[in-house]
Design a protein around this ligand. Sequence first.
Ligand SMILES: *Cc1c(COP(=O)(O)O)cnc(C)c1O
Length: 425
Amino acid sequence: MQHDYAIEQLLKDELNRQRHGLELIASENFTSLQVMQTMGSCFSNKYAEGYPGKRYYGGCEVVDKAETLAIERLKKLFGAEYANVQPHSGAQANAAVFLGVLKPGDPILGFDLSHGGHLSHGSPVNFSGKVYQANFYGVEEHSGLIDMDKVEQKAMEVKPKLIICGASAYSRDWDYQRFRSIADKVGALLLADIAHPAGLIATQLLNDPLPHCHIITSTTHKTLRGPRGGIIMMGKNFENPWGRTTKAGKPIMMSDILNSAVFPGMQGGPLEHIIAAKAVAFHEALQDDYKDYTQRVVKNAQAMVKALMEKGYKIISDGTDNHLMLIDLRNKGVTGKVAEQALVKAELTVNKNMVPFDDQSPMITSGIRIGTAAITTRGLDEKDCHQIVNWIDQVITNVENDTTINKVKAEINEFMQQYPLYPEL
Ligand SMILES: *Cc1c(COP(=O)(O)O)cnc(C)c1O
């Protein structure tokens, strides 16, 4: 077989990029070496349609053990009664839940995409917005916060079958209890999508959705620091609310509805190499030093917000409870797109992001989103966050000055040499 030098070289280039730059994209992180190596393992060769003990293929004894470990560890991590570790991604996990609990055309209510919600919660360009009748709640313009009375009003108006809480760019905690009382009032199921703050929830730094939300979905690759993938959980399993029964006349449990929605409803063969890597990540998240990590993530985010506000940056909701912040750049006279491009040139990797009530298009935007999950994994602390804000500010106030941008880049590359990434590779 001919060795592929082209991809081998690109892997080296990407590792160098990750080593030398400052990764501030809120949805990214660096997995442990074991998580990464498990993704690139012989489990990738195995077909295992079905679930542990009930597969459509032979030879699944070993992957059954790995998937069972992943499920048991995940249940322990969140105190969940039910877990499914097969969704290929966060969007797939949401799609499976929708498929399991909704009928085409059903009304749903989620967080406004232009306020920081996620595509898979009813965007017109996503299947969730094409198949279901999507409605949204958002934040208040003056506070950047969700007004729960308005959520209730909206829910009474649109009578959703499913209410979704959770977002991609909301820096505040969620009132799951109030969401549940609203869901109960209108007869909706409640889904919490904790893709972003999952690791902070697992370590009790944020409100726990499991006692209040019927179903929980998440990714495993953001604050949870595992492989790229999705999961579904329930705090408590329950009988389906539509009176569906088995042939023998027994009520069907939600665990069965969700399992069959994932497979065979949404997906074919599970990615057992990724599931095994999820098991490794859950094992890591169950250790004491993971809680120490998530605490440092939040401290770093708060230090970053404080330093940014001192330099006159407008942070949506004026603070953060989690690992991320959304910066409104309108008072700085640059768009999100221009800021992203200049910052990326300096190897400060961020993403442009719509801010609530944005007057720019999603391709331009007025804001950037910053997160501290990845830099905290690298070992950076609050003092370093002040330095990062100095660099961000130098770039944003000099977006057209390549000399300044290159000077910042050189300083960052030099600085990051103190924080080796995958030295074994
Ligand atoms: C990131 C994210 C997802 C989707 O994750 P993918 O793995 O990219 O499909 C879903 N929901 C929310 C709220 C997210 O932030």
